[in-house]
Design a binder for this molecule. Structure first.
Ligand SMILES: O=C(O)C(=O)C[C@]1(C(=O)O)C=C[C@@H](O)C=C1
Length: 438
């Protein structure tokens, strides 16, 4: 990880010439993808520095209250060249230059997500974005080629926002990386621990260090920031002598802070799992383990279907690697009439399941009592090369079997699946499949 992170050492800001003519919308693709990639994309002219030349803190480019960085003499000169995060207003296509893979992440340089981007795609061009949503859109608008976003931490749990965004956007999961997260307590040079009245950081980082901070006697106010590195940047830029940030050692280097304490995460094995997202699905190699992720809700049976679905996995010895539920966005509440007790309001959920299984497992004969949820058609492996892989990406079976967002190959596969599903629980499910190599 260290090596990969080092490859992201601050570069001079990449100032791109402003767009002179309107770029073609990404949906009109009359030529090859490669052509398209070179014709569309990034707006990194806006990602260098703000008007006063300092990096933005938490989206605030004016920072009137804060002393100029030069006055503080805190930051190494290179820091003012760090790219400023893309924000929603930056998202318009512009010409793309160079051939380096551009990887969007949420946060500012020094964030763990930047290190995860470098681990996933060594020597990539990492593009900071101020929100998860912006990272998704940066890929959709061809400003970036990939996004690397956290979905889960071993201590703090799921990052729900990204689960929701996965459904709202059309990107494919093409891989995942796990990043050991090693937190430091950072403060301005010369500041002692006893002077601190506040610790700021990303909410996940604050949660991951809660016990250690208490054990250190730091029962001070804790305040949430957009990302760990932005918190470090804020301490430096605002010259806060009563505030410490929880962030990486790289953030300390970038923003000229001292490390007051190292390794303050409550669990030494603290790990965050990030997914790699792309516009196009990958073709998984069947000789390697890969994961599949499905999302479903049942229109009539609601939550009670979960047991049936899980039993379908159990009968096939398919091990689940993750299960998550989120509110059903389109129908968060269901009214249920029970003659005995009256009407009840039930909360409705979308269920996200990740599992790891080779193709051959999925087509096994049904065991007695199995509700018959066939996740993949048994014939999938016999399909021409490419079909089997492409077919299972981004499939949604809607209520009335209306197919949304499907490629032709996917539709063919759905047709294959239908006889298997007929009359079974799947027909009444929304299903959305993503899969990725490990
Ligand atoms: O704030 C950062 O540095 C991030 O990259 C975000 C994030 C997260 O969203 O969980 C990533 C890894 C750590 O678990 C803490 C924070």
């Amino acid at each position: 990880m260290e090596t990969a992170a080092a490859s992201l050492a601050p570069r001079p800001a990449q100032i791109r010439p402003p767009r002179s003519t309107a770029a073609r919308p990404p949906c009109a693709i009359p030529f090859s993808r490669a052509d398209w990639q070179t014709t569309c994309a990034a707006i990194l002219a806006t990602t260098s520095t703000n008007a006063n030349g300092s990096p933005r803190v938490n989206g605030d480019s004016n920072n009137n209250m804060k002393p100029a960085l030069a006055d503080l003499d805190l930051l190494p000169p290179v820091s003012s060249n760090l790219p400023r995060p893309l924000s929603i207003t930056d998202l318009s296509p512009a010409p793309m230059h160079g051939s380096q893979l551009r990887v969007a992440y949420q946060g500012v340089p020094g964030a763990y997500s930047e290190a995860a981007a470098a681990k996933a795609y060594p020597s990539c061009d990492a593009i900071p974005c101020d929100q998860f949503e912006v990272a998704f859109q940066a890929v959709e608008l061809w400003i970036a080629d990939r996004a690397v976003l956290p979905v889960e931490n071993s201590l703090g749990g799921s990052i729900h926002r990204n689960y929701d965004l996965l459904l709202r956007h059309r990107l494919h999961i093409v891989g995942e990386v796990q990043l050991p997260v090693h937190h430091c307590l950072l403060a301005l040079p010369g500041v002692r621990r006893e002077l601190l009245t506040r610790v700021i950081s990303h909410p996940q980082a604050l949660a991951q260090c809660e016990l250690t901070l208490n054990a250190m006697g730091l029962n001070v106010a804790r305040e949430a920031f957009d990302d760990t590195a932005a918190a470090a940047e804020h301490v430096a830029a605002a010259g806060l002598r009563d505030t410490a940030a929880i962030a990486s050692a790289r953030a300390a280097d970038l923003y000229g802070l001292q490390v007051l304490a190292d390794g303050i995460q409550d669990d030494a094995g603290n790990v965050t799992r990030f997914v790699m997202l792309a516009r196009e699905p990958i073709i998984p190699r069947t000789d390697r383990p890969f994961k599949t992720s499905i999302v479903f809700a049942h229109d009539r049976e609601g939550t009670s279907v979960l047991f049936k679905v899980l039993s379908a996995f159990a009968f096939r010895d398919i091990s689940l690697t993750k299960i998550e539920s989120r509110p059903h966005r389109h129908r968060p509440i269901r009214l249920v009439d029970d003659a005995n007790v009256g009407t009840a309001k039930h909360f409705e959920y979308m269920f996200y399941i990740d599992f790891q299984a080779p193709w051959r497992r999925c087509g096994r004969k049904r065991a007695h009592g199995d509700p018959g949820v066939h996740l993949l058609p048994p014939g999938a492996r016999q399909l021409p090369h490419g079909h089997d892989a492409l077919g299972f990406h981004h499939i949604i079976i809607a209520n009335h079997l209306g197919f949304l967002r499907l490629r032709r190959q996917q539709q063919e596969l759905i047709r294959l699946m239908l006889p298997l599903l007929k009359g079974e629980v799947m027909l009444r499910m929304r299903m959305y499949i993503l899969e990725w190599n490990r």
